[in-house]
Design a protein around this ligand. Sequence first.
Ligand SMILES: [Zn+2]
Length: 214
Amino acid sequence: MFEKEKEKVLTTALRLKEYRLIALSGGNVSLRIDDGHILVTPSGMDYSEMDASDICIVDIDGNVVEGTRRISVDTEALLYIYKNMPEVNAIIHTHQVYATAVGAVEDKLRSVVTTLPNATLGDVNVAPFSSAASLEMGINSVKYLDGKRAVILKNHGVVTVGSTIKEALYAAVYLEDAAKTYILAKAIGNPVLLDQAQVDQAVEVFTHYGQDKI
Ligand SMILES: [Zn+2]
C-alpha cells in the first residue's frame, strides 16, 4: 500500500541527510496519507540502508497496519501532532546542529534573513525540553508552533510541519541556514533583524514562489 508515498518519505529522509540535518538513524519523517493512515520511518535504521518497504504504516492510534520494522520511538508524539493539527500532513524531526544551538541560548530564532519566514512563516519559537519517545515532545510542539512551520525543542532538536512534505522539508533546510546566519552574525556583532512588515512581506512573496502544481 501507498508505495509512491513511501518513496516520497524515503527521498525526503535522504535529502535531509544530504543537507546534514540528520545523521545515521537520528530523527524521523512521517506523512499523513488519509484520516486513518500515517507513514513513519522505522526506529534506529540508517537512512542510507533503508528502502521504501522499511517505511511503516500506522493508524491514528499507533497500531501498525503494515510493515515489519519497529516504528519510530517518537510515534506517540507525532500522532499527537497529527490529531491536534488537522492542517498538518507531514512532520520532520531532526537534531540539526545549528538550530538546536540557537535553542540552547535563545527563546526564539528571530528572522535575520528573509528565507526563514519564506519557509517557516516567521520567527521560530523554542519549546521547553522534551526527551525522545515522550508524549511531551508532541504536546510542546503543538503548543509552541504558534502558526509557524517549525519549532526548536530545547536541548533536543527541531520539529517542522507542513501541509505537504515539501513544506516541512523547506522549513527544516531554511531554518538551519537561518540559524547558521544568525550565529555568524552574532559572532561579529549585533544582528539587524527583519521588522514585522518585512517578515510579512517575506511570507507573502513565498506564496507566489515556485511552479504551479500540474
Ligand atoms: Zn529526537
